[in-house]
Write a protein that binds this ligand. Structure first.
Ligand code: AMP
Ligand code: ZN
Length: 448
């Protein structure tokens, strides 16, 4: 099994012969609903885990819940959680629990297999304090004049290996994270622990005074603690390459004195109407919006699978609707292709999954199989669905034709023979409102 590693900039082999593969995926900041762009990234770790499983290893995935410390880009020194809490006029922890529950619902709707653990940043403060203390002792971190603790970027020789952003090319003046005017020794240093100042909510006692943790230390702490000090595959969206993953790598490697992560996988962005989907661009689509339109949420999953995870996707409502139709057609055909629930490996599909998760090639191959005269179509589809997760064996929804529907259908057939088109159109609408789809063919009307 091979995946593209952002750090070495090449495909890297994963030893699926080992019993367990340790995975970490950066989780949501729970101050708002996750949009389908965020979900594209969360789906990536699910797909990788499923391919690991397909190869006979056991994926062990940890995904953190960021409920403190993620600062807003719009307002310097404003925690995303606290900004939203003020807006909704409720306790920030209430906000966190509300959006965390919605995140889990979204994952379930997208048929994402739950991770082994979802640790919360706010419940891992002691762990972070211990690690920050160790970094100070090892001289990788220092207490600034503002009582915040900073990581000293220059102490970490290979800083920039993931993103290519080397320290000598990082200019002062770029707003890295916080406005720590003068408190840091070097402009690219970042806060591991931030002094509370006048902040009163979501603050904790520490050896350096009251404060709260930085966002990056959270992921070092949780991955090292819950994955026994080593991550085989680390997943996140492409925007996290810098500074988040660069800083996480510096912290983790400094703590354990070796490379903490074998393979960094980054998923490309989802666009909508040509722009990166984000709250600030105002082009956010939620999974809830898709469901409210009567579209199967797994149509979104199929849209993502039709594209390479390392390519941007420009999503449209028509591509989502087309995916919904494909899903319906495949499920109907699966039920027609036979009731025996057998499975058969297709070497091309297997190879595509194992070659940098080439899901578009898998989908193309399924379309070929669909049109072929193979006797084992359902078996191949079922094999692929172990990773695709499209629930292709879902029984078709069937409804009984009611006497009222039957009467309306007869009335409409009569109206058409008598060329009463207005009546025919009115009856079509009535039937559609009852859930019937009507098609007019040269042989007469048909319905489904
Ligand atoms: P957040 O909840 O803001 O911490 O983001 C959660 C994840 O979503 C991160 O891995 C981001 O890189 C990812 N992400 C944010 N916007 C997009 C997008 N438009 N397309 C794909 N992934 C995204
Ligand atoms: Zn992270």
């Amino acid at each position: 099994m091979k995946l593209y590693d952002t750090q070495s900039r090449q495909l890297k082999e994963i030893e699926v012969t080992r019993k367990q593969i340790q995975m970490y995926c950066c989780g949501p900041t729970v101050y708002r609903d996750a949009h389908v762009g965020n979900l594209r990234t969360f789906l990536l770790s699910d797909l990788i885990a499923r391919v690991v499983q397909l190869n006979g290893s056991h994926p062990y995935l940890i995904q953190n819940i960021t409920d403190v410390g993620h600062m807003s880009e719009d307002f310097v020194n404003d925690d995303k959680m606290l900004t939203q809490a003020k807006l909704e006029k409720v306790d920030p922890f209430e906000i966190a629990r509300k959006y965390e529950a919605k995140f889990h619902q979204d994952l379930a709707d997208l048929n994402i297999v739950p991770a082994a653990g979802y640790p919360r940043a706010s419940e891992s403060i002691d762990l972070m304090l211990t690690l920050i203390g160790k970094l100070i002792d090892a001289d990788f971190a220092y207490v600034g004049s503002d009582s915040s603790v900073y990581f000293s970027a220059q102490k970490f020789a290979s800083y920039g290996a993931i993103s290519g952003n080397k320290l000598d090319s990082l200019k002062p003046g770029h707003r890295y994270e916080y406005s720590e005017d003068g408190a840091k020794r070097f402009h690219a240093d970042w806060a591991l622990w931030k002094a509370a100042d006048d902040r009163t909510e979501m603050v904790w006692e520490s050896p350096w005074g009251k404060g709260f943790p930085g966002w990056h230390i959270e992921c070092s702490a949780m991955s090292l603690e819950l994955l026994d000090g080593h991550v085989d595959i680390h997943v996140g969206g492409i925007d996290l390459r810098f500074p988040h993953h660069e800083n996480e790598r510096a912290q983790s490697n400094a703590l354990i004195n070796t490379e903490a992560v074998d393979l960094w996988v980054h998923g490309e962005h989802l666009l909508f109407e040509g722009k990166k989907m984000s709250k600030s661009s105002g082009n956010v689509v939620l999974l809830k919006d898709v469901i409210e339109r009567g579209i199967d949420p797994l149509a979104i999953r199929l849209c993502f699978l039709e594209n390479k995870y390392r390519s941007q996707i420009d999503l449209t409502w028509s591509s989502i609707e087309a995916a919904h139709e494909t899903l319906k057609r495949w499920r109907m055909k699966m039920s027609q292709w036979g009731s025996e629930k057998s499975m058969q490996i297709d070497p091309e599909i297997e190879s595509a999954f194992n070659t940098d998760l080439d899901t578009p090639r898998v989908i193309m191959r399924l379309r070929e199989i669909e049109k072929s005269d193979s006797d084992n179509k359902a078996s191949f589809f079922r094999y692929a669905d172990q990773v695709l997760g499209l629930d292709l064996d879902r029984p078709l929804e069937t409804k009984v034709l009611t006497p009222q529907m039957k009467t309306l259908l007869d009335e409409r057939a009569l109206a058409r023979t008598e060329k009463r088109w207005a009546d025919s159109d009115r009856l079509r609408v009535e039937l559609e409102n009852l859930g019937l789809e009507i098609k007019d063919t040269p042989e007469g009307q048909s319905w489904s």
